[in-house]
Design a protein around this ligand. Sequence first.
Ligand code: PAN
Ligand code: ZN
Length: 188
Amino acid sequence: MNYFEPFNTYIDFDEFTYEPEGEVILRNLSNMDYMYQDQEAVNDKLSEDPVIYKFHTADIPEEEGHLRHVMSIIYPGKIGNEFYMTKGHYHEEEDTAEVYFTINGKGKLLMQSPDQDIKILEMKKGSVGYIPPYWAHRCINTGDEPLVFFGVYPGEAGHNYGIIEKKGMKKVVLEKEGEVIVEKNPNY
Ligand code: PAN
Ligand code: ZN
């Protein structure tokens, strides 16, 4: 049998580098412009096209038995009054879970069940958020520094962005009068 070789990855807790880098995916505003509420604010920022987040995925087979892992960095910022966030997804294999360990910053881990229940966990340095099977998950950076987390999920999980790309999630996270508030998504 050909055994997969063990390996280490090194995370720098100050610089948020990931070594070896793995596959690096950058998501700019133009990759998710339709996901923000305030389309005027989107249009104002599109020429600048800021990087909203990036993530490094270690080079591991997308197969049952393996544990894929990732370091994600969501930059601080807002589009209008809506905080920078990840696209969010369900897993393609819906009965697969995930763990998010926060390394830096603060934010919210917004989850939605197939029955449209919403659960929100606080993310802050040291929090280990458990995303059970079936729940869609999105991270929102509500702070003023990068929100960085390390995530681990089963190799076969896959990603299903479709429903959230079409409808968004039931709640949005905004800043109003200096407060972080969670509101019903008016377009949902
Ligand atoms: C994470 C996410 C990563 C980027 O690795 O894929 O944070 O978020 P989006 O995939 O929503 O753009 C994960 O949850 N993997 O399953
Ligand atoms: Zn996931």
